[in-house]
Every structure is written in C-alpha cells, then in structure tokens.
Design a protein around this ligand. Structure first.
Ligand code: SF4
Ligand code: SF4
Length: 85
C-alpha cells in the first residue's frame, strides 16, 4: 500500500470520527428537562408521554427519565406552565 492511499484512509477515518462525535454531541444537547420551580405537578406531561418517561419526585414535581425519553416533544407541547425545555 503506498503512502497516498494510507494518508487518504487516515483522513477518511478522522472525518468519520468527527461526524460520529458531532452526532453524539447533538443528541445529548437535545434532551428535554423540566424547570422545577415552574412545574405545578398537574400531571398532563406524564399522561401524554408515550414512553412512560415522566415520574414525580417527593415535591410532586415532574422529572424526565432520560433513558426512556425518545424526545418526541409531546410533553413540551402540552405543559401549561411552559416548564419543559
Ligand atoms: S405538564 Fe408541566 S406543570 Fe404539569 S406536571 Fe408536567 S411539567 Fe409540571
Ligand atoms: S419528550 Fe416525549 S418521550 Fe420524552 S418525556 Fe416528553 S413526552 Fe415523554
């Protein structure tokens, strides 16, 4: 294998790595969270969540389980307090 082929392969590998890294970073930045102070515990978000990803803490404030959330946005749309961002 000559030097040019090796160099091209290395550059392609680096580009692939950057693309994957960028995609992963974007995915983690797009998670939804709930502003605890704004939440009144009405339960609407949990009732529309198709993934059963919302539960309530000891203060009756909604919390999103990020491991279950599919980022569909249903809870964001229905929250009357605009507490989910
Ligand atoms: S819909 Fe909004 S205010 Fe109601 S429980 Fe969910 S986050 Fe809290
Ligand atoms: S974004 Fe969708 S899946 Fe995630 S918590 Fe809200 S309703 Fe559930």
């Amino acid at each position: 294998m000559n030097k040019n082929v090796v160099l091209t392969l290395v550059i392609l590998l680096c580009l692939c790595f950057l693309l994957v890294f960028s995609a992963c970073k974007k995915a983690t930045q797009n998670e939804f969270n709930i502003e605890k102070k704004a939440c009144n515990g009405c339960g609407r978000c949990a009732s529309v969540c198709p993934s059963d990803a919302i539960y309530y803490d000891g203060d009756n404030k909604a919390v999103i389980d990020q491991s279950k959330c599919t980022k569909c946005g249903e809870c964001v749309a229905i929250c009357p307090q605009h507490a989910i961002y």
